[in-house]
Design a protein around this ligand. Structure first.
Ligand code: UDP
Length: 409
């Protein structure tokens, strides 16, 4: 039987890293950690927790996961808050804000909270802390780029953030001078053994593509993202239009619908209308992680043209497969793409430049291979789940003053 726990990662990251993780977990054995987020499926946060939590348990912590089970109405409101934190001006009524707080209060009352540390992910469950009798440290893990929020909304949310013992953000660029909370930078990471990323044979890739009526008879350009305006799917069509004038190629836009993102169907409609009459464009909304994996492997170029981005796990996923990426220099993307070394960076909405870079890679496969290989090494060093686990263990040791800890430090 193949090893399934932390030792499984040794061939990829080295035995020393595994031993370091086991050692870092020692002072935390039995520590009860609760993660709270708003969806089990869809989006990067859920995907990451699905691996991080079992690994925390595997190295001896007692980690668990609870959901802020919201109604569609709540997620309409929290998506507006999310948009506002990413810089969009929004009008939120008093009633909406009240509903958001009431659901958090209800959830706080009915969730068993006996844990040693509580980690709250993103703005949906942020106010919960206001409604509990807090006995242990709470951490706010914000996955969003908070650097230029709508000030009105931020002023309403900040008082909740101030009650936390620590904040965690994805990039130094997101640090907020007006949030005097001890704030740690922990970039996200991918799991090389998940269905999204595990090795696939060429036959498995071809079979998966065929299942969706796709083939790799033409160079394939791909963006994998929820249908969300911040991911600029209309911009992807613009780039494809320009590329097609130079090189015969096909485009796949793949995006499933996340339970906590109610804007998806509307955006999908807009993209479908704009794509009408454009040949060789495939729009797919299936939830199928093996399809994401197969497409990221089959693609000649992966795009990630986000206007705002927390981190953009899809970038690391593509690079891990050795596929070259052209992406915008926003949020956490520049951590992953070192321009000209592990891919190409362009400015948001600079569709001419993005198309130029795509054509350059399509015409020079050796360049694409070189960028992809450098990208894979960069991800191996920085964005695999083992590094994420290690960062969390270090933070938890800092936060949890357990009596025997000082002897082990
Ligand atoms: N994803 C997926 N199917 C899709 C679209 C996205 O499984 O149709 C996955 C994608 O591979 C990645 C995550 O969802 O692991 C999205 O994370 P990212 O950080 O790129 O964006 P977010 O949705 O969190 O803004």
């Amino acid at each position: 039987m193949k090893p399934q726990g932390i030792e499984r990662y040794a061939p990829l990251v080295g035995e020393e890293r595994v031993v370091e993780i086991v050692r870092a977990a020692r002072p935390l054995l039995g520590l009860r950690v609760l993660h709270i987020s708003s969806t089990f499926h869809g989006g990067g946060v859920a995907g990451m927790l699905r691996t991080l939590i079992p690994l925390m348990c595997d190295v001896g912590l007692d980690a668990d996961w609870s959901l802020l089970y919201g109604t569609p109405e709540l997620f309409g409101i929290t998506k507006s808050l999310h948009n506002a934190l990413q810089g969009e001006g929004i009008q939120l009524s008093e009633e909406d804000f009240e509903l958001y707080l009431n659901i958090n209060a209800f959830f706080a009352r009915h969730t068993p909270l006996f844990h040693d540390v509580v980690v709250v992910h993103d703005p949906q469950p942020l106010p919960m802390i206001r409604y509990v009798k807090k006995g242990k440290p709470w951490v706010w893990r914000c996955h969003i780029d908070l650097s230029g929020p709508d000030e009105g909304v931020w002023e309403r949310l900040k008082p909740f953030a101030l009650r936390y013992d620590a904040g965690v953000i994805s990039s130094e660029a997101f640090r907020k001078p007006d949030l005097p909370l001890p704030t740690y930078v922990i970039p996200p990471a991918i799991d090389p053994f998940s269905d999204l990323n595990r090795e696939l044979s060429q036959e498995a890739i071809d079979r998966k593509l065929a299942e969706y009526g796709l083939s790799s008879d033409k160079p394939l350009i791909l963006q994998v993202s929820r249908f969300d305006k911040w991911k600029d799917p209309l911009g992807v069509l613009e780039v494809f239009r320009r590329v097609r004038k130079e090189v015969d190629a096909q485009l796949v836009l793949l995006g499933n619908m996340a339970a906590d993102d109610p804007e998806g169907p509307q955006i999908f409609k807009e993209v479908s209308a704009r794509a009408e009459g454009l040949p060789d464009v495939h729009l797919i909304t299936a939830t199928d992680e093996l399809l994401v994996n197969a497409l990221q492997r089959a693609a000649s170029v992966v795009l990630q043209l986000s206007l705002r981005e927390g981190f953009g796990l899809t970038v690391s996923e593509a690079l891990w497969k050795g596929t070259p990426v052209v992406a915008t220099n926003v949020g956490g993307i520049p951590l992953q793409i070192l321009d000209g070394k592990t891919g190409f960076l362009v400015s948001p909405r600079d569709y001419d430049k993005a198309a130029e870079r795509v054509v350059q890679i399509l015409r020079d496969p050796d360049l694409g291979k070189e960028l992809g290989e450098a990208g894979r090494n960069h991800v191996r060093e920085n964005f695999l789940i083992t590094r994420l686990l290690r960062d969390w263990l270090n933070l938890l040791v800092e936060l949890c003053d357990r009596p025997w800890l000082s002897d082990l430090r």
